[in-house]
Design a protein around this ligand. Structure first.
Ligand code: ASP
Length: 596
C-alpha cells in the first residue's frame, strides 16, 4: 500500500483521515488491554494505538520489538483529553490502527535509539552501526540541516551567477600545509596520486579558463589528527570569482551565509557582517578567531602602569614592551589561590614570563603584588576596565605579540575549560577578520600564512623587498580573510596572485627552487602566462557550521559517516591491509615496522 503521510508530519489538522504509515518501532507499551507503539521515521515519531477491537490480527502485535519496520493502516484521531503530550510535535494526535504488517523484523539494537542527547560514551558503538544511529531523530535532524544549508546556498549562488563545477580527487598534492593522502597508481607503477587538500589550484584554473564564478560542495582530504572540529576528510563549500574586489566579495559572501543560515537554522544575521583587521583581532582579543560574546577584551594599560613601583610593569614598558590585561567579571569568589597558581602555570606554558592577578573584593583588593600596586594606579586600572567588586583582573607584561597571544589563550581557557562562558554565551556572532600577515617566520624560514598563491595587500612592496628581508616581508599584509562564527573559523580565503613574476617572487621568499616549483606547480603556474584574470575566493568549512548551529560537541556528529578520533572508519573498518594481489598489481611491498 502507498504511504500517505510521514509519521513525524502528523499534526492536529489531519484528524479523521485514513492514513498509511511506514515506520520503525521506537517503543511499545501495553496499557489497558491496548498496545501503544511509537512509530518513527525520518520526520519524527507518532503514537499508534493497536487494540483488540479495532486492529486486525491484534494478537500478532505481541511479538513486536524495537526497530521492527511496520506498515500501519488506520485513522488519524485527536488524542483523548488528558493524554495530549505537549513535548511531542505530534503529541495532539494518534493513529488508531485498523491493521498492521511487519515489513522487516529487527534484532535488538546494540544501543538505545531513545537518547535525545549525543552519547559520547557510545560513540564507537553508534558509529559502527551508523545506519541505526541515523534513525535517531537528533541525527536525522543534523542530516536534514546539512541539506537545507547546501540547498539554500546553492539557490543563492545560482541567483548570483555561480556555476557548480567538479574538480578531480585523484590528483597532485595541493598546498594547504597538511600531509597528503596518497593513492598508488597501477598504470604508472611506483607513482602516486594525492587526494586534494582543497580544490585550490583547480578553482584558480577555472578562473583562468574564464568560468568567472565557480562553486562546489566538495570533499577535502588532509592527513592530520582528528580534533573536535577537524577530521581527515571533510566538506567545504568552495568558491572562486574573477574581477571582484574585497569589499564586494565579502559583502556577497556575508549575504550568502546570512541567507543560508536563516533558511536552514532560522537564525537572523545583520549584514554587512562586521569586519576587523587581523591586527585589531590580536590587539583586542589575542586571537585571530575571537569569540567576543563573552567579553574579556584586552586593554593596553602600559601608560597607566609606566613608572609603577611594581618593577615588572615599569621595566617592561621602559624596555619597549607592553602591559596588557583583561577583566573576568564576577568570578573572584570562585577562584582560589590554588586555581590562580594553575592559571599562572598555564600562562607560563603559553609563553609568558608570568601572570599577575588582582581580585577586587568588597573591602579592597587581593593580589600577590598588593604591596607594590599603588592605590592611584589601581584606581586608574579599575576605571580603565570598569571593574567592580567580585571581578578579577589579569595582566601580562611582555612584548606585544606575546602579551596578546598569552592573554588570548588564557581568555579562551577560562571560557572553555575553567568556566562555561562560551557554552553559556547567547546567540551567534559572525565576524570577518581581514588583512592577515602575508608570511610567517620560524627557524629561519618563511612560510605562507594562507597559501603561496595569496596576493599581498600592497603588491608593490613585495616586488621591492629583497627575498630575505625579514623586516620588510613580515610587515606585509595579505589580501586574505577568515570568517569566524562564535570563535570557530568557518571559512577563509584570499585574493590570488595572477602575475607570474609576483608569484615567482613568493616562491623565492618561501625558498622553493625553480626545479621544485616546476615539479610541484609547473602545470599550474604555466596557465598564468595566458591572460589570467584577477580573482579571489574562499572556502567554508561546512561541518563546523553544522556543529555550531546544531550545538553538537564535535563535527563527527554532523558528518553522515564519520571517522573515529584516530581517523579509523568504525563502520567499514578502514583502513585495512590490501590484498596480496592488489599489492602485486601495484608493485608495492608493505614493510612492517615495530610499532605496528
Ligand atoms: N583553499 C583554501 C582553504 O582550503 C581556501 C581558499 O583560499 O579559497 O583553506
Amino acid at each position: 500500500m502507498e504511504r500517505t503521510h510521514r509519521c513525524g508530519d502528523m499534526r492536529g489538522d489531519d484528524t479523521g483521515e485514513d492514513v498509511v504509515l511506514k515506520g520503525w518501532v521506537h517503543r511499545v507499551r501495553d496499557h489497558g488491554g491496548k498496545r501503544f507503539v511509537d512509530l518513527r521515521d525520518r520526520e519524527g515519531i507518532v503514537q499508534v494505538v493497536l487494540s483488540p477491537e479495532e486492529t486486525e490480527r491484534f494478537h500478532e502485535s505481541e511479538d513486536l520489538g524495537r526497530e521492527y519496520l511496520l506498515e500501519v493502516e488506520g485513522e488519524m484521531q485527536e488524542r483523548p483529553e488528558g493524554t495530549v503530550n505537549e513535548d511531542m510535535d505530534t503529541g495532539k494526535v494518534e493513529v488508531s490502527a485498523s491493521s498492521f504488517d511487519v515489513i522487516s523484523e529487527s534484532e535488538t539494537p546494540p544501543f538505545s535509539l531513545d537518547n535525545e542527547k549525543t552519547d559520547e560514551a557510545r560513540e564507537e558503538l553508534r558509529f559502527e552501526h551508523r545506519y541505526l544511529d541515523l534513525r535517531r531523530p537528533r541525527v536525522a535532524e543534523n542530516m536534514k540541516k546539512r541539506h537545507e544549508f547546501f540547498h539554500a546556498a546553492r539557490n543563492f549562488l545560482a541567483e548570483n551567477e555561480f556555476v557548480e563545477v567538479e574538480t578531480p580527487y585523484l590528483t597532485k598534492s595541493t598546498p594547504e600545509g597538511a600531509r597528503d593522502f596518497v593513492v598508488p597508481s597501477r598504470n604508472f607503477g611506483g607513482n602516486f596520486y594525492a587526494l586534494p587538500q582543497s580544490p585550490q589550484l583547480f578553482k584558480q584554473l577555472l578562473m583562468v579558463g574564464g568560468m568567472d564564478r565557480y562553486y562546489q560542495v566538495v570533499k577535502c582530504f588532509r592527513d592530520e589528527d582528528t580534533r573536535k572540529d577537524r577530521q581527515p576528510e571533510f566538506t567545504q563549500l568552495d568558491l572562486e570569482v574573477s574581477f571582484m574586489e574585497q569589499d564586494e566579495f565579502l559583502q556577497m559572501m556575508g549575504d550568502l551565509l546570512a541567507t543560508a543560515f536563516e533558511d536552514a537554522f532560522g537564525e537572523e544575521f545583520e549584514t554587512p557582517v562586521e569586519r576587523i583587521t587581523w591586527q585589531e583581532a590580536m590587539d583586542n582579543w589575542g586571537s585571530d578567531r575571537p569569540d567576543r560574546r563573552y567579553g574579556m577584551k584586552l586593554h593596553n594599560v602600559s601608560s597607566i602602569v609606566e613608572g609603577s613601583e611594581l618593577n615588572i610593569f615599569a621595566r617592561t614598558v621602559e624596555e619597549g614592551g607592553v602591559v596588557k590585561g583583561f577583566r573576568l567579571e564576577g568570578r573572584a569568589g570562585e577562584l582560589s589561590n590554588n586555581d590562580m597558581d594553575d592559571l599562572i602555570d598555564y600562562a607560563e606554558e603559553e609563553g609568558a614570563g608570568g601572570l599577575i592577578w588582582v581580585k577586587l573584593t568588597g573591602e579592597g583588593f587581593e593580589s600577590p603584588v598588593e604591596d607594590y600596586l599603588e592605590t592611584e594606579t589601581l584606581r586608574e586600572l579599575i576605571d580603565e576596565f570598569d571593574a567592580e567588586a567580585g571581578d578579577v583582573l589579569f595582566f601580562v607584561a611582555d612584548e606585544k605579540p606575546v602579551a596578546n597571544e598569552v592573554l588570548g589563550s588564557l581568555r579562551r581557557h577560562l571560557a572553555d575549560n575553567v568556566f562555561d562562558l562560551a557554552e553559556e554565551a547567547e546567540g551567534y556572532e559572525l565576524l570577518w577578520i581581514t588583512d592577515f600577515p602575508m608570511f610567517s617566520y620560524e627557524d629561519g624560514e618563511f612560510g605562507s600564512e594562507h597559501h603561496p598563491f595569496t596576493m599581498p595587500r600592497e603588491p608593490e612592496k613585495l616586488r621591492e623587498a629583497d627575498s630575505d628581508d625579514e623586516d620588510a616581508l613580515l610587515q606585509l599584509d595579505a589580501d586574505a580573510y577568515d570568517i569566524v562564527l562564535n570563535g570557530y573559523e568557518i571559512g577563509g580565503g584570499s585574493k590570488r596572485i595572477h602575475d607570474p613574476e609576483l608569484q615567482q617572487k613568493v616562491f623565492d621568499v618561501l625558498g622553493l627552487s625553480e626545479e621544485e616549483v616546476e615539479e610541484r606547480f609547473g602545470w599550474f603556474v604555466d596557465a598564468f602566462q595566458y591572460g589570467a584574470p584577477p580573482h579571489r575566493g574562499i572556502a567554508f568549512g561546512a561541518d563546523r557550521i553544522f556543529m555550531v548551529f546544531q550545538d553538537e560537541p564535535n563535527i563527527r556528529e554532523v558528518i553522515p559517516f564519520p571517522k573515529s578520533k584516530q581517523g579509523h572508519d568504525y563502520l567499514t573498518d578502514a583502513p585495512s591491509p590490501p590484498r596480496e594481489d592488489q599489492l602485486e598489481g601495484l608493485g608495492i611491498e608493505v614493510i612492517e615496522t615495530e610499532d605496528e
